[in-house]
Design a protein around this ligand. Sequence first.
Ligand code: NAD
Length: 497
Amino acid sequence: MNDHRPAGLPERIRHFIDGEEVDSLSGRTFEVLDPVTNQPYATAAAGQAEDIDRAVTAARAAFTDGPWPAMTARERARVLFRIADAVEAEADRLAELETFDTGLPITQARGQARRAAENFRFFGDEIVALHEDAYRVPGAQVNYVVRKPVGVAGLITPWNTPFMLESWKLAPALASGCTVVLKPAEFTPLSASLWPRIFAEAGLPRGVFNLVGGIGEEAGQALVDHPHVPRISFTGETTTGQTIMGRAAANLKGLSMELGGKSPAVVFADADLDAALDSTLFGVFSLNGERCTAGSRILVDRAIYPEFCARYAERAQRIVVGPPHDPATEVGALVHPEHYERVLGYVELGKREATLLAGGARPEHLPTGNYLAPTVFADVKPDARIFQEEIFGPVVALTPFDTEAEVVALANDVRYGLAGYVWTNDLKRGHRVAAAIDAGMVWLNSHNIRDLRTPFGGVKASGVGHEGGRRSIDFYTTEQIVHIALGEVHTPRFGAR
Ligand code: NAD
């Protein structure tokens, strides 16, 4: 029994379709575990194709017959702002649920409501400020663009920071006038159960938001296969993304794919070493290392490599691993025993492939639960699997380099290209190396701090398409061009001779 079970936990987690909480038509369910005891705490409805069809039918009806797509941008924005306020008002409850369900340290879960609320505010502002283009051919034509919501958007999300990542898709989809079917991750369905009340109280019309829980290969796949869902926004593993892209071809869907990463953090000898240490520790050990943009390969100038390794390992050993609800905890419990086993597999592999400097095992004071001491490997060769593969846990690889050319090659020598971090006080080199890294997002002398207006997404195996700001609105809308003739139109006179 987890002593820090939040009060009022639901015993059953159900779908939300057309304004009602419902079970699966088949009655099928699955059990949800908490990561501290690994015991089931709730039974969740396991959506099948018929449940997805029911949700899509409701979302289609809300799109075709309901007020939402036709409302003015300002009217929709007002609802989004009320959602943002309601999300913030739920901050404590959300943090409590997220910590319990995901194992995220409570201090880090507390920021999630603010970030989720900000997504709704941002896209409320964005949609009101949006303009449509017009093109003039003097004396001949005026051509104007009509931007339309695409219809039902299918949103498929992962278990790391689940509520916040759901908001990242829900906010632009709703702002654009789409109706949605959300399929949250099966490991962490708890916080998504807050959405129906928040949306209803904010005045979102019935049927606009639908949620179907369940297993990826069942509910997720049915959403991808559904012919009346023209867009799928997916965040998750690269291999899942590949499956989805293949299946989506049958209905020629628009896809946004935010996938895995193995991002480099490059530390040059002239960097502010204290700042680089703080940032590269935070970059891989915050959110339990379960973050897509984690700087999980630290490439260090050989001139400072011994000192960096020693200081890094010493700090990593002092990171407080503990129960997620404890405010002193810096690294909590990994989300699920299956994921924990996978991460431990990489740790054992790393012990054969490289030099273990810190961690490498369950902390002694935590005999149960999915806990792993922050694990630091040094002298990791570029062909090692722990250098190449996404681990998605509190595990980091340190590798030395001698020259700028070498470090750029090392940074790019993986299949992924999500993020990159560069630490140097040499302005020219900083910009040069940032530009040379094959990644969708680079931070210079900083860890990952987002500006919501900027493109978010990866290259190579880290994704296809970028979201963020206007790009998200582009994804959930389609542009239609209307041409108007202003003068006489020269028309070849077929059949007139
Ligand atoms: P996952 O791919 O296992 O699951 C993600 C979602 O897809 C879940 O809801 C799951 O049920 C669903 N799913 C699984 N199989 C499916 C299928 N065949 N058809 C349709 N849906 C299916 O990923 P995860 O383990 O939940 O999340 C961790 C991964 O997400 C990591 O690789 C991480 O890097 C990535 N991630 C990427 C970003 C980004 O923005 N690039 C952000 C967060 C997480």
